[in-house]
Design a protein around this ligand. Structure first.
Ligand SMILES: NC(=O)c1ccc[n+]([C@@H]2O[C@H](COP(=O)([O-])OP(=O)(O)OC[C@H]3O[C@@H](n4cnc5c(N)ncnc54)[C@H](OP(=O)(O)O)[C@@H]3O)[C@@H](O)[C@H]2O)c1
Length: 279
């Protein structure tokens, strides 16, 4: 019985509950990048749940079409425009900005690809160039290209990672990308402050998405223990003793998009169940 309950907790991660936070009533269209990923879809669902329109972007047209269909079937009154943005190709960003139907955006949720760099030693300059381009330079280019369409009082949220706060032995080198965003949101907060646009980052710790489920499964197999035992072992350094859920990320996103966070600006919020050791 205990095992079934644990299983339900673990595999219930896909469920995105409705939130009670009300987004600025004058605001109605939100852009979400890398929308086809685990965070992206959960965040899109939470925004659509509130009745707001969406611009979803991704690199794969088929996945975008499927996501658009799912969103439209669950939220028939919501308008969803899909645009191709591939972070490895700057041109797609400028083409997407040209194809924008609604010229007024109330918020951007900037999700970048997972940075992947060698964990062993110093990455080559080619690796650095590629990863910086895809996870920092081009995501920033999205903000720049869509900047003319961002409304006053809008909110920009960058999804980062908790190695922005702590050195994590499992995430060497990619912490540099996370730190780059911690610096950049301060620049952006000053730059956009004149237009009353806020810029904040969310740095999640491990969230139980397919990526982590696969890692837990692999480790459980090599340690010859159950998935549940391995998940509990991995989460033992988290004071709350559990992985976060995509819903936890989406709820914080809704709060940061809403006027309830009107005076929060230029901060990097760690969302990790208390795992961070940083003050
Ligand atoms: N899950 C966690 O526990 C966790 C914790 C901290 C930080 N994060 C960070 O949060 C972000 C999203 O995580 P996730 O769990 O949602 O990851 P995910 O499910 O693996 O989704 C990744 C998304 O990035 C897209 N993508 C990859 N390369 C791209 C490119 N060149 N251009 C455009 N889109 C690209 C993927 O598109 P396709 O669908 O076409 O492949 C997919 O939509 C990542 O940066 C991740 O490192 C995640």
């Amino acid at each position: 019985m205990q095992k079934i309950l644990f299983g339900l907790l673990i595999f219930g991660f896909n469920y995105c509950a409705a939130s009670t936070v009300t987004i600025n009533q004058n605001a109605n269209t939100f852009l979400v990048t890398a929308a086809t990923g685990a965070f992206g879809e959960c965040i899109c669902n939470s925004i659509a749940e509130k009745g707001y329109d969406l611009i979803i972007t991704g690199r794969n047209q088929k996945k975008l079409d499927e996501l658009q269909k799912r969103l439209k079937s669950q939220h028939p009154l919501v308008s969803v425009q899909s645009l191709i943005i591939d972070f490895s190709d700057t041109l797609t960003i400028h083409l997407a900005a040209k194809k924008l139907e609604r010229k007024s955006i109330s918020g951007i949720v900037l999700i970048g690809p997972r940075p992947v760099l060698t964990k062993d030693g110093i990455p080559t300059k080619e690796e650095w160039s590629q990863v910086f381009l895809e996870t920092f330079i081009n995501p920033l280019e999205v903000i720049s290209a869509f900047s003319p369409f961002i409304k006053e009082n809008a909110s920009i949220i960058v999804i980062s990672g908790n190695s922005s706060k702590n050195y994590l032995p499992g995430y060497p080198n990619t912490n540099v990308i996370r730190l780059a965003w911690s610096g950049e949101i301060k620049n952006l907060a000053h730059y956009f402050g004149k237009r009353k646009i806020r810029v904040n980052a969310i740095s999640p710790g491990p969230i139980l998405t397919q990526f982590h489920i696969d890692r837990i499964k692999e480790k459980a197999f090599s340690n010859n223990i159950s998935f549940e035992e391995q998940a509990a072992k991995n989460a033992s350094s988290i004071p709350l003793g559990a992985y976060g859920k995509p819903d936890d990320v989406a709820n914080l996103v809704l709060f940061l998009l809403s006027s309830k966070s009107a005076h929060l600006n230029g901060i990097n919020i760690v969302l990790d169940g208390g795992e961070s050791l940083a003050y």
